[in-house]
Design a protein around this ligand. Sequence first.
Ligand SMILES: Cc1cc2nc3c(=O)[nH]c(=O)nc-3n(C[C@H](O)[C@H](O)[C@H](O)COP(=O)(O)OP(=O)(O)OC[C@H]3O[C@@H](n4cnc5c(N)ncnc54)[C@H](O)[C@@H]3O)c2cc1C
Length: 401
Amino acid sequence: MTTYDVGIVGGGCIGCSIGYHLAAETSLDVCIVEKEHHLAAHQSGRNSGVLHPGFNYPPGSLKARFATEGTRRMKDYCERTGVPLDELGVLVLATDERERARLETIRAQATENGVPTELLESPGAIAEYEPHAAGEAALYCPAAASVDSQQYVYALAADAADAGVDVFTDAEVRDVRQRGETHHLETSIGPIRCSYLVNAAGLYADKLAHQLGVGEGYRVVPFRGEYYELVPAKRDLVRSMLYPTPDPELPFLGVHYTRRTDGSVIVGPNAVPAFGREAYRNTQFDLRELAETLGFPGVWKLFASRKMLGVGLAELRKSYRKAAFVAAANRLLPAAEADDFRKSYAGIRAQLVSRDGDLVADPMVAHGPRSTHVLNAVSPGLTSSLPFGEHVAGEVVDRMG
Ligand SMILES: Cc1cc2nc3c(=O)[nH]c(=O)nc-3n(C[C@H](O)[C@H](O)[C@H](O)COP(=O)(O)OP(=O)(O)OC[C@H]3O[C@@H](n4cnc5c(N)ncnc54)[C@H](O)[C@@H]3O)c2cc1C
Protein backbone atom coordinates (compact mmCIF):
# COMPACT_ATOMS: atom_id res chain seq x y z
CA MET A 1 0.00 0.00 0.00
CA THR A 2 1.38 3.40 -1.02
CA THR A 3 0.26 6.58 0.70
CA TYR A 4 0.39 10.14 -0.67
CA ASP A 5 -0.76 13.58 0.39
CA VAL A 6 -2.34 14.15 -3.03
CA GLY A 7 -3.38 11.58 -5.63
CA ILE A 8 -4.14 12.93 -9.12
CA VAL A 9 -6.17 10.72 -11.45
CA GLY A 10 -5.42 11.37 -15.13
CA GLY A 11 -2.17 11.77 -17.06
CA GLY A 12 -3.37 14.33 -19.59
CA CYS A 13 -2.23 17.95 -19.84
CA ILE A 14 -4.48 19.02 -16.95
CA GLY A 15 -3.51 16.28 -14.48
CA CYS A 16 0.19 16.68 -15.34
CA SER A 17 -0.01 20.47 -15.06
CA ILE A 18 -1.64 20.20 -11.62
CA GLY A 19 1.10 17.76 -10.54
CA TYR A 20 3.80 20.03 -11.99
CA HIS A 21 2.48 23.07 -10.09
CA LEU A 22 1.97 21.19 -6.81
CA ALA A 23 5.53 19.92 -7.05
CA ALA A 24 6.93 23.36 -7.87
CA GLU A 25 5.07 25.21 -5.16
CA THR A 26 4.71 22.78 -2.22
CA SER A 27 6.52 19.94 -0.50
CA LEU A 28 3.48 17.64 -0.65
CA ASP A 29 3.89 13.98 -1.63
CA VAL A 30 2.05 13.72 -4.95
CA CYS A 31 1.31 10.95 -7.44
CA ILE A 32 -0.30 10.92 -10.88
CA VAL A 33 -2.23 7.77 -11.79
CA GLU A 34 -2.92 7.11 -15.50
CA LYS A 35 -4.81 4.10 -16.81
CA GLU A 36 -3.10 3.93 -20.21
CA HIS A 37 0.42 2.75 -21.02
CA HIS A 38 1.23 6.23 -22.40
CA LEU A 39 0.46 9.67 -21.06
CA ALA A 40 -1.67 11.97 -23.27
CA ALA A 41 -3.40 8.94 -24.79
CA HIS A 42 -6.79 10.62 -25.05
CA GLN A 43 -7.80 14.29 -25.49
CA SER A 44 -4.33 15.67 -24.72
CA GLY A 45 -2.69 13.68 -27.50
CA ARG A 46 -5.57 13.55 -29.97
CA ASN A 47 -6.30 17.20 -30.70
CA SER A 48 -5.38 19.87 -33.26
CA GLY A 49 -2.38 21.00 -31.24
CA VAL A 50 -3.23 24.68 -31.68
CA LEU A 51 -2.48 27.38 -29.12
CA HIS A 52 -5.61 29.52 -29.26
CA PRO A 53 -4.56 32.96 -28.04
CA GLY A 54 -8.08 33.92 -26.96
CA PHE A 55 -9.30 36.25 -29.68
CA ASN A 56 -12.76 34.67 -29.95
CA TYR A 57 -13.74 34.09 -26.31
CA PRO A 58 -16.10 36.35 -24.33
CA PRO A 59 -14.08 39.10 -22.64
CA GLY A 60 -13.89 38.61 -18.89
CA SER A 61 -14.56 34.85 -19.10
CA LEU A 62 -12.29 32.33 -17.44
CA LYS A 63 -11.79 30.77 -20.86
CA ALA A 64 -10.47 34.03 -22.33
CA ARG A 65 -8.16 34.66 -19.39
CA PHE A 66 -6.72 31.12 -19.38
CA ALA A 67 -6.30 31.08 -23.18
CA THR A 68 -4.42 34.38 -23.44
CA GLU A 69 -2.22 33.67 -20.43
CA GLY A 70 -1.85 30.00 -21.39
CA THR A 71 -0.60 30.82 -24.89
CA ARG A 72 2.06 33.16 -23.56
CA ARG A 73 3.23 30.79 -20.84
CA MET A 74 3.22 27.70 -23.03
CA LYS A 75 5.43 29.41 -25.62
CA ASP A 76 7.98 30.14 -22.89
CA TYR A 77 7.66 26.64 -21.46
CA CYS A 78 8.13 24.93 -24.84
CA GLU A 79 11.14 27.09 -25.65
CA ARG A 80 12.72 26.23 -22.30
CA THR A 81 12.06 22.49 -22.58
CA GLY A 82 12.60 22.01 -26.33
CA VAL A 83 9.01 20.95 -27.07
CA PRO A 84 8.32 21.59 -30.80
CA LEU A 85 6.23 24.73 -31.31
CA ASP A 86 5.76 26.82 -34.47
CA GLU A 87 4.42 30.36 -34.26
CA LEU A 88 2.48 30.27 -37.50
CA GLY A 89 -0.49 32.54 -36.80
CA VAL A 90 -4.06 31.83 -37.87
CA LEU A 91 -6.39 33.24 -40.55
CA VAL A 92 -10.12 33.24 -39.73
CA LEU A 93 -11.80 33.37 -43.13
CA ALA A 94 -15.13 35.04 -43.93
CA THR A 95 -16.72 33.75 -47.10
CA ASP A 96 -19.86 35.97 -47.17
CA GLU A 97 -21.18 39.29 -45.86
CA ARG A 98 -22.69 37.78 -42.70
CA GLU A 99 -19.35 36.24 -41.74
CA ARG A 100 -17.50 39.42 -42.62
CA ALA A 101 -19.72 41.31 -40.15
CA ARG A 102 -18.99 38.67 -37.50
CA LEU A 103 -15.25 39.18 -37.99
CA GLU A 104 -15.74 42.75 -36.76
CA THR A 105 -17.33 41.43 -33.55
CA ILE A 106 -14.53 38.93 -33.05
CA ARG A 107 -11.96 41.66 -33.66
CA ALA A 108 -13.55 43.83 -30.97
CA GLN A 109 -13.46 40.86 -28.54
CA ALA A 110 -9.83 40.22 -29.40
CA THR A 111 -8.95 43.83 -28.63
CA GLU A 112 -10.75 43.64 -25.26
CA ASN A 113 -8.85 40.43 -24.51
CA GLY A 114 -5.56 42.15 -25.37
CA VAL A 115 -4.88 39.93 -28.40
CA PRO A 116 -3.46 41.74 -31.47
CA THR A 117 -5.22 41.02 -34.78
CA GLU A 118 -5.25 42.49 -38.27
CA LEU A 119 -8.27 42.67 -40.57
CA LEU A 120 -7.48 41.60 -44.16
CA GLU A 121 -10.20 43.22 -46.23
CA SER A 122 -9.83 41.60 -49.64
CA PRO A 123 -8.97 38.28 -51.30
CA GLY A 124 -5.71 39.91 -52.44
CA ALA A 125 -4.69 40.72 -48.89
CA ILE A 126 -5.48 37.13 -47.84
CA ALA A 127 -3.42 35.76 -50.72
CA GLU A 128 -0.30 37.49 -49.37
CA TYR A 129 -0.49 35.16 -46.35
CA GLU A 130 -2.22 32.13 -47.85
CA PRO A 131 -2.26 32.08 -51.68
CA HIS A 132 -4.81 29.22 -51.91
CA ALA A 133 -7.28 30.24 -49.19
CA ALA A 134 -10.79 31.37 -50.16
CA GLY A 135 -12.35 34.36 -48.43
CA GLU A 136 -13.83 37.80 -48.91
CA ALA A 137 -12.05 38.97 -45.77
CA ALA A 138 -10.06 37.45 -42.91
CA LEU A 139 -8.89 38.12 -39.41
CA TYR A 140 -5.20 37.42 -38.97
CA CYS A 141 -3.99 36.60 -35.49
CA PRO A 142 -0.21 36.17 -35.35
CA ALA A 143 -0.10 34.82 -31.78
CA ALA A 144 -1.67 31.43 -32.64
CA ALA A 145 0.82 28.57 -32.71
CA SER A 146 1.09 24.87 -33.46
CA VAL A 147 2.51 22.62 -30.74
CA ASP A 148 3.33 18.94 -30.26
CA SER A 149 0.87 18.25 -27.45
CA GLN A 150 2.14 14.75 -26.61
CA GLN A 151 5.71 15.93 -26.15
CA TYR A 152 4.40 18.82 -24.06
CA VAL A 153 2.58 16.46 -21.66
CA TYR A 154 5.68 14.26 -21.38
CA ALA A 155 7.80 17.34 -20.60
CA LEU A 156 5.40 18.41 -17.84
CA ALA A 157 5.38 14.88 -16.39
CA ALA A 158 9.18 14.69 -16.51
CA ASP A 159 9.50 18.03 -14.71
CA ALA A 160 6.98 16.89 -12.11
CA ALA A 161 8.82 13.58 -11.67
CA ASP A 162 12.15 15.40 -11.28
CA ALA A 163 10.53 17.41 -8.50
CA GLY A 164 9.44 14.22 -6.71
CA VAL A 165 6.02 13.33 -8.17
CA ASP A 166 5.44 9.59 -8.74
CA VAL A 167 3.88 8.98 -12.16
CA PHE A 168 2.15 5.61 -12.56
CA THR A 169 0.96 4.41 -15.97
CA ASP A 170 -1.03 1.24 -16.74
CA ALA A 171 -2.78 2.12 -13.50
CA GLU A 172 -6.55 2.31 -13.81
CA VAL A 173 -8.49 3.62 -10.85
CA ARG A 174 -11.40 1.18 -10.59
CA ASP A 175 -12.99 2.35 -7.37
CA VAL A 176 -12.63 5.23 -4.92
CA ARG A 177 -13.90 5.27 -1.34
CA GLN A 178 -13.45 7.96 1.25
CA ARG A 179 -12.96 6.71 4.78
CA GLY A 180 -12.49 9.50 7.28
CA GLU A 181 -9.65 11.71 6.09
CA THR A 182 -8.32 9.23 3.53
CA HIS A 183 -9.28 8.27 -0.01
CA HIS A 184 -8.75 4.60 -0.84
CA LEU A 185 -8.11 4.04 -4.54
CA GLU A 186 -8.47 0.52 -5.92
CA THR A 187 -6.22 0.50 -8.97
CA SER A 188 -5.00 -2.08 -11.45
CA ILE A 189 -1.54 -1.85 -9.86
CA GLY A 190 -2.84 -2.24 -6.31
CA PRO A 191 -4.29 0.01 -3.63
CA ILE A 192 -3.19 3.63 -3.26
CA ARG A 193 -4.19 5.91 -0.40
CA CYS A 194 -4.20 9.67 -0.42
CA SER A 195 -5.36 12.41 1.93
CA TYR A 196 -6.60 14.53 -0.96
CA LEU A 197 -7.89 13.38 -4.34
CA VAL A 198 -7.70 15.40 -7.57
CA ASN A 199 -9.83 14.12 -10.42
CA ALA A 200 -8.49 15.08 -13.87
CA ALA A 201 -9.87 12.00 -15.61
CA GLY A 202 -11.11 13.82 -18.73
CA LEU A 203 -13.76 11.73 -20.46
CA TYR A 204 -14.40 9.85 -17.19
CA ALA A 205 -14.18 12.80 -14.79
CA ASP A 206 -17.94 12.87 -14.17
CA LYS A 207 -18.04 9.16 -13.31
CA LEU A 208 -15.25 9.47 -10.77
CA ALA A 209 -16.86 12.60 -9.28
CA HIS A 210 -20.25 10.88 -9.01
CA GLN A 211 -18.62 8.05 -6.98
CA LEU A 212 -17.87 10.70 -4.36
CA GLY A 213 -21.26 12.43 -4.67
CA VAL A 214 -19.90 15.46 -6.60
CA GLY A 215 -21.25 17.02 -9.83
CA GLU A 216 -24.31 14.82 -10.05
CA GLY A 217 -26.25 17.35 -12.15
CA TYR A 218 -23.70 17.06 -14.95
CA ARG A 219 -22.64 14.42 -17.44
CA VAL A 220 -19.74 14.19 -19.89
CA VAL A 221 -21.13 13.72 -23.39
CA PRO A 222 -18.50 12.49 -25.85
CA PHE A 223 -18.20 14.29 -29.20
CA ARG A 224 -15.78 12.69 -31.65
CA GLY A 225 -13.63 14.91 -33.84
CA GLU A 226 -12.34 13.17 -36.96
CA TYR A 227 -9.45 14.39 -39.06
CA TYR A 228 -8.28 13.94 -42.60
CA GLU A 229 -4.85 15.09 -43.68
CA LEU A 230 -3.53 16.48 -46.94
CA VAL A 231 -1.40 14.03 -48.89
CA PRO A 232 2.30 15.06 -48.67
CA ALA A 233 2.37 16.39 -52.27
CA LYS A 234 -0.41 18.90 -51.42
CA ARG A 235 0.82 20.15 -48.03
CA ASP A 236 2.12 23.32 -49.66
CA LEU A 237 -1.46 24.45 -50.23
CA VAL A 238 -1.49 25.58 -46.57
CA ARG A 239 1.29 27.56 -44.92
CA SER A 240 -0.22 28.11 -41.47
CA MET A 241 -3.71 27.61 -40.04
CA LEU A 242 -7.05 28.33 -41.70
CA TYR A 243 -10.29 28.58 -39.71
CA PRO A 244 -13.87 29.27 -40.72
CA THR A 245 -15.64 32.18 -39.02
CA PRO A 246 -17.06 30.59 -35.84
CA ASP A 247 -20.79 30.50 -35.15
CA PRO A 248 -21.13 32.05 -31.68
CA GLU A 249 -24.03 29.72 -30.82
CA LEU A 250 -22.01 26.55 -31.38
CA PRO A 251 -19.37 25.16 -29.04
CA PHE A 252 -17.07 23.75 -31.75
CA LEU A 253 -14.98 25.66 -34.25
CA GLY A 254 -15.80 23.87 -37.50
CA VAL A 255 -13.49 22.00 -39.89
CA HIS A 256 -10.16 23.82 -40.18
CA TYR A 257 -6.63 23.32 -41.49
CA THR A 258 -3.63 23.08 -39.19
CA ARG A 259 0.00 22.79 -40.19
CA ARG A 260 1.54 20.63 -37.49
CA THR A 261 5.05 20.82 -36.12
CA ASP A 262 6.03 17.69 -38.14
CA GLY A 263 5.06 19.46 -41.39
CA SER A 264 1.81 17.53 -41.94
CA VAL A 265 -1.42 19.43 -42.57
CA ILE A 266 -4.48 18.07 -40.78
CA VAL A 267 -8.04 18.94 -41.74
CA GLY A 268 -10.84 18.80 -39.17
CA PRO A 269 -12.18 18.04 -36.70
CA ASN A 270 -15.87 17.57 -37.21
CA ALA A 271 -18.00 17.13 -34.05
CA VAL A 272 -19.99 13.90 -34.09
CA PRO A 273 -21.91 12.50 -31.10
CA ALA A 274 -19.78 9.43 -30.21
CA PHE A 275 -21.37 6.11 -29.26
CA GLY A 276 -18.86 5.52 -26.46
CA ARG A 277 -16.42 7.69 -24.50
CA GLU A 278 -13.43 6.16 -26.28
CA ALA A 279 -15.20 5.13 -29.52
CA TYR A 280 -12.64 6.58 -31.92
CA ARG A 281 -14.07 4.96 -35.06
CA ASN A 282 -17.55 5.67 -36.40
CA THR A 283 -18.27 1.94 -36.44
CA GLN A 284 -17.52 1.56 -32.71
CA PHE A 285 -20.30 1.31 -30.09
CA ASP A 286 -20.12 0.91 -26.34
CA LEU A 287 -23.71 -0.04 -25.61
CA ARG A 288 -23.48 0.46 -21.85
CA GLU A 289 -21.98 3.93 -22.18
CA LEU A 290 -24.39 4.85 -24.97
CA ALA A 291 -27.34 3.80 -22.79
CA GLU A 292 -25.96 5.87 -19.90
CA THR A 293 -25.63 8.93 -22.16
CA LEU A 294 -29.14 8.51 -23.54
CA GLY A 295 -30.49 7.99 -20.03
CA PHE A 296 -29.39 11.52 -19.07
CA PRO A 297 -32.23 14.04 -19.52
CA GLY A 298 -29.77 16.84 -20.44
CA VAL A 299 -28.88 15.05 -23.69
CA TRP A 300 -32.51 14.97 -24.86
CA LYS A 301 -32.95 18.61 -23.92
CA LEU A 302 -29.77 19.52 -25.82
CA PHE A 303 -30.89 17.83 -29.03
CA ALA A 304 -34.46 19.11 -28.65
CA SER A 305 -33.09 22.40 -30.00
CA ARG A 306 -33.70 22.42 -33.77
CA LYS A 307 -30.31 24.05 -34.35
CA MET A 308 -28.34 21.44 -32.36
CA LEU A 309 -30.25 18.58 -33.97
CA GLY A 310 -29.56 20.00 -37.45
CA VAL A 311 -25.88 20.48 -36.65
CA GLY A 312 -25.65 16.97 -35.15
CA LEU A 313 -27.10 15.40 -38.32
CA ALA A 314 -24.84 17.47 -40.60
CA GLU A 315 -21.81 16.39 -38.57
CA LEU A 316 -22.87 12.73 -38.79
CA ARG A 317 -23.04 13.12 -42.57
CA LYS A 318 -19.47 14.47 -42.56
CA SER A 319 -18.42 11.40 -40.60
CA TYR A 320 -19.97 8.78 -42.87
CA ARG A 321 -19.58 10.56 -46.25
CA LYS A 322 -16.16 11.80 -47.28
CA ALA A 323 -17.78 14.06 -49.92
CA ALA A 324 -19.64 15.99 -47.18
CA PHE A 325 -16.39 16.45 -45.21
CA VAL A 326 -14.49 17.57 -48.31
CA ALA A 327 -17.26 20.06 -49.17
CA ALA A 328 -16.84 21.71 -45.73
CA ALA A 329 -13.05 21.72 -46.16
CA ASN A 330 -13.30 23.15 -49.70
CA ARG A 331 -15.09 26.26 -48.44
CA LEU A 332 -11.70 27.37 -47.12
CA LEU A 333 -9.45 25.74 -49.71
CA PRO A 334 -11.14 25.15 -53.08
CA ALA A 335 -7.91 23.97 -54.70
CA ALA A 336 -7.82 20.73 -52.69
CA GLU A 337 -9.48 17.80 -54.46
CA ALA A 338 -11.13 14.77 -52.84
CA ASP A 339 -8.10 12.55 -53.56
CA ASP A 340 -5.85 15.04 -51.75
CA PHE A 341 -7.50 14.13 -48.41
CA ARG A 342 -6.67 10.92 -46.62
CA LYS A 343 -8.18 9.67 -43.38
CA SER A 344 -6.18 10.47 -40.27
CA TYR A 345 -6.73 10.11 -36.50
CA ALA A 346 -9.69 11.08 -34.29
CA GLY A 347 -10.06 12.59 -30.83
CA ILE A 348 -13.04 12.71 -28.49
CA ARG A 349 -14.04 15.87 -26.63
CA ALA A 350 -15.38 15.49 -23.10
CA GLN A 351 -18.20 18.04 -23.35
CA LEU A 352 -19.95 18.67 -20.05
CA VAL A 353 -23.74 18.95 -20.30
CA SER A 354 -26.05 20.00 -17.47
CA ARG A 355 -29.30 18.25 -16.56
CA ASP A 356 -31.07 21.24 -18.20
CA GLY A 357 -29.38 20.53 -21.54
CA ASP A 358 -26.84 23.36 -21.43
CA LEU A 359 -23.37 22.85 -22.87
CA VAL A 360 -21.00 24.13 -20.20
CA ALA A 361 -18.79 26.64 -22.02
CA ASP A 362 -16.28 27.65 -19.33
CA PRO A 363 -13.75 25.52 -17.46
CA MET A 364 -15.45 24.06 -14.37
CA VAL A 365 -14.11 22.63 -11.12
CA ALA A 366 -16.21 21.20 -8.25
CA HIS A 367 -15.14 20.13 -4.79
CA GLY A 368 -16.07 17.42 -2.29
CA PRO A 369 -14.70 16.90 1.19
CA ARG A 370 -10.94 16.50 0.57
CA SER A 371 -11.34 16.21 -3.19
CA THR A 372 -11.30 18.48 -6.26
CA HIS A 373 -12.82 17.50 -9.60
CA VAL A 374 -11.99 19.02 -12.99
CA LEU A 375 -15.39 18.43 -14.54
CA ASN A 376 -14.94 20.57 -17.64
CA ALA A 377 -11.51 21.07 -19.18
CA VAL A 378 -13.22 22.36 -22.28
CA SER A 379 -11.31 23.40 -25.41
CA PRO A 380 -8.94 25.23 -25.55
CA GLY A 381 -7.94 23.07 -22.58
CA LEU A 382 -4.50 22.35 -24.00
CA THR A 383 -3.76 26.06 -24.47
CA SER A 384 -5.12 26.81 -20.99
CA SER A 385 -3.38 23.97 -19.21
CA LEU A 386 -0.61 25.93 -17.43
CA PRO A 387 -2.80 28.62 -15.80
CA PHE A 388 -5.69 26.18 -15.32
CA GLY A 389 -3.44 23.59 -13.65
CA GLU A 390 -1.90 26.29 -11.47
CA HIS A 391 -5.37 27.55 -10.50
CA VAL A 392 -6.51 24.03 -9.50
CA ALA A 393 -3.26 23.38 -7.60
CA GLY A 394 -3.87 26.64 -5.69
CA GLU A 395 -7.40 25.57 -4.78
CA VAL A 396 -6.10 22.20 -3.57
CA VAL A 397 -3.50 23.85 -1.35
CA ASP A 398 -6.09 26.31 0.06
CA ARG A 399 -8.53 23.51 0.80
CA MET A 400 -5.88 21.33 2.44
CA GLY A 401 -5.18 24.23 4.75
C1 LIG B 1 -10.53 16.69 -31.36
C2 LIG B 1 -10.03 17.68 -30.35
C3 LIG B 1 -9.36 18.83 -30.77
C4 LIG B 1 -8.89 19.75 -29.83
N1 LIG B 1 -8.11 20.79 -30.25
C5 LIG B 1 -7.56 21.60 -29.34
C6 LIG B 1 -6.65 22.62 -29.73
O1 LIG B 1 -6.28 22.73 -30.90
N2 LIG B 1 -6.17 23.46 -28.79
C7 LIG B 1 -6.53 23.36 -27.48
O2 LIG B 1 -6.09 24.17 -26.67
N3 LIG B 1 -7.35 22.37 -27.05
C8 LIG B 1 -7.86 21.48 -27.95
N4 LIG B 1 -8.67 20.47 -27.54
C9 LIG B 1 -9.02 20.37 -26.12
C10 LIG B 1 -7.91 19.72 -25.30
O3 LIG B 1 -7.32 18.66 -25.99
C11 LIG B 1 -8.52 19.24 -23.97
O4 LIG B 1 -9.20 20.32 -23.37
C12 LIG B 1 -7.44 18.76 -23.00
O5 LIG B 1 -6.57 17.85 -23.62
C13 LIG B 1 -8.09 18.10 -21.79
O6 LIG B 1 -7.05 17.52 -21.03
P1 LIG B 1 -7.36 16.57 -19.80
O7 LIG B 1 -6.07 16.31 -19.13
O8 LIG B 1 -8.47 17.16 -18.99
O9 LIG B 1 -8.01 15.25 -20.44
P2 LIG B 1 -7.31 13.97 -21.10
O10 LIG B 1 -6.19 14.32 -21.97
O11 LIG B 1 -8.43 13.18 -21.70
O12 LIG B 1 -6.71 13.22 -19.85
C14 LIG B 1 -7.50 12.47 -18.95
C15 LIG B 1 -6.71 11.22 -18.61
O13 LIG B 1 -7.38 10.52 -17.57
C16 LIG B 1 -7.17 9.14 -17.77
N5 LIG B 1 -8.18 8.40 -17.02
C17 LIG B 1 -9.52 8.42 -17.20
N6 LIG B 1 -10.12 7.60 -16.31
C18 LIG B 1 -9.13 7.07 -15.55
C19 LIG B 1 -9.13 6.14 -14.49
N7 LIG B 1 -10.26 5.59 -14.00
N8 LIG B 1 -7.94 5.79 -13.93
C20 LIG B 1 -6.77 6.35 -14.38
N9 LIG B 1 -6.72 7.21 -15.41
C21 LIG B 1 -7.89 7.58 -15.99
C22 LIG B 1 -7.32 8.98 -19.29
O14 LIG B 1 -6.73 7.80 -19.76
C23 LIG B 1 -6.65 10.24 -19.79
O15 LIG B 1 -5.29 10.05 -20.14
C24 LIG B 1 -9.14 19.53 -28.45
C25 LIG B 1 -9.80 18.36 -28.03
C26 LIG B 1 -10.21 17.43 -28.97
C27 LIG B 1 -10.83 16.15 -28.50
